[in-house]
Design a protein around this ligand. Structure first.
Ligand code: AVJ
Length: 321
């Protein structure tokens, strides 16, 4: 891996901080260990989880229009991807660029080392001519380090509604990192899940097969495995809720009884009251006016919204002015 991030190895600290907070929380970025990566793959295949399919439809149908503006600059560029994941959607763009003999380098950034290794292997097989420089890091650290910066134009991808995992103030902070990490003329393509029928949204996070439940409970298993915890997963209920006003879908693990949980690596025992919650994840849904306001906050101009046929999801192209 090319870059090390500075907040790596703080799983124990973050768990300590989160479980000592009121209400108790655990950061969703720790969902993604090898088991969690696999579970997220299963989530993307669920009938209720429309997000990935909608974004795939947008990229498949509109990739030429999306890339037109960076290609118009007629010079080699950097394609940076924050939260690369399995790269399934990005491969649509990569294949098109390679096929058209465009000169560019691909910098996938991900917090998960296992995800990056798999992505790199897959790309080496399918697109051997592609130059891939993987970066294991958080979004913010990678934007601070900007190891890709070489004077060429940058197109930064922030797909998959990943920005939705941050609350409003944190999203503004991430956009501020994008502002600092880009120069005039650089472009950012961000994926936003849009406000829609609340039931459709809730179902996507409360699937009938219980995969999303497993995805949340894996966080407790991970604490047991890596930090010597004794969470009893059966005594927690997975409970998502959606607020159509704020657009926030929030997931919780609810303790079904009063209980004590000890985590050896922290030398601490945590007390749960009956029905006390651990807040695990926020997945914010946006309106177009909220998206525009976010762009302005970082000094970006909205170039175009690329939306699917049902108006569920939008990949939005911004340019640094
Ligand atoms: C990967 C952040 C886009 O919030 O929709 C899926 C993660 N959580 N089901 C999302 C997730 C529960 C997902 N993102």
């Amino acid at each position: 891996m090319n870059a090390k991030n500075t907040d790596f190895g703080t799983f124990a600290q973050d768990v300590m901080l989160g479980l000592n907070s009121k209400p108790k929380t655990l950061p969703s970025k720790y969902f993604y260990d090898a088991k969690g990566d696999k579970l997220f793959q299963d989530i993307m295949a669920l009938p209720e989880y429309y997000l990935t399919r909608k974004e795939y439809e947008i990229l498949e149908g509109q990739h030429k229009e999306i890339l037109a503006r960076i290609l118009a600059q007629q010079q080699p560029f950097n394609l940076v991807e924050l939260g690369a994941g399995d790269g399934l959607k990005t491969k649509i763009l990569l294949r098109f660029l390679i096929k058209n003999k465009i000169q560019f380098s691909y910098y996938p950034v991900d917090f998960s080392g296992s995800v990056l290794e798999e992505l790199e292997q897959g790309l080496a097989e399918e697109l051997p001519e592609l130059e891939v420089i993987p970066i294991q890091s958080t979004y913010r650290d990678s934007l601070k380090a900007q190891i890709w910066e070489n004077g060429r134009p940058n197109l930064i991808l922030f797909l998959g509604a990943n920005l939705g995992n941050f609350g409003v103030e944190e999203a503004i902070n991430i956009v501020d990192h994008l502002r600092v990490g880009t120069k005039k003329g650089d472009q950012v393509l961000l994926g936003f899940d849009l406000k829609k029928n609340p039931q459709t949204i809730l179902d996507a996070y409360h699937d009938s097969q219980g995969v999303t439940r497993e995805f949340n409970l894996n966080l407790l298993d991970r604490i047991n495995r890596e930090l010597g915890g004794d969470f009893d997963r059966e005594s927690f209920v997975h409970w998502p809720s959606y607020d159509p006003v704020s657009g926030e879908c929030r997931s919780h693990l609810v303790s079904k009884k009063s209980q004590l949980v000890t985590i050896d690596a922290l030398s601490q025992t945590f007390e749960f009251e009956a029905y006390e919650c651990i807040f695990t994840e926020i997945s914010k849904k946006y309106s177009f006016s909220e998206i525009s306001a976010l762009a302005s906050s970082g000094g970006f101009q909205v170039i175009e919204n690329f939306t699917d046929s049902e108006g569920y999801f939008s990949d939005v192209l911004w340019e640094k002015s």
